[in-house]
Design a protein. Structure first.
Length: 140
């Protein structure tokens, strides 16, 4: 299994956990037997979620990715990508603001440069995520 597959499973687990938590809130007031079953299943899912988190964090902190001339951990590359996306979103909101008095063309140029940088980093991250093998024995 590769890191990207664990990340996809993690998203699915999060969704299942949220759905089961919602269900449990209702079941807990209406049917004790179903609430017990939901609680047991939820605890199992939370354990699996924790195991996935540990695997992802271990990989993110040990795997390196090259960004420009620098080699950084996958965890730091994710932080860089997230920060770039926040900058892009800020510039987008300024560009879309009809009352903005800033130079829209300059904002668009800045955003486009950040988008190129974000795309490059994002592609590097995806390559690493799909090529980094994860020890399945530790998943449980």
């Amino acid at each position: 299994m590769v890191l990207a597959e664990v990340i996809v499973e993690m998203r699915s687990l999060k969704q299942k956990i949220q759905q089961l938590e919602k269900y449990l809130c209702t079941a807990a007031t209406q049917n004790g037997e179903l609430a017990d079953k939901a609680t047991s299943k939820l605890l199992d899912l939370l354990d699996k979620h924790r195991s996935h988190l540990i695997l992802i964090n271990k990989a993110n902190n040990t795997v390196t990715v090259t960004i420009g001339d620098s080699s950084v951990s996958l965890a730091n590359a994710l932080l860089i990508a997230d920060t770039l996306m926040r900058k892009i979103e800020l510039l987008d909101s300024l560009i879309e603001n009809e009352h903005c008095v800033l130079d829209i063309f300059s904002l668009i140029d800045q955003r486009d440069k950040l988008l190129i940088e974000y795309t490059t980093i994002s592609n590097s991250l995806k390559v690493k995520e799909w090529s980094t093998k994860i020890d399945q024995k530790n998943m449980g």
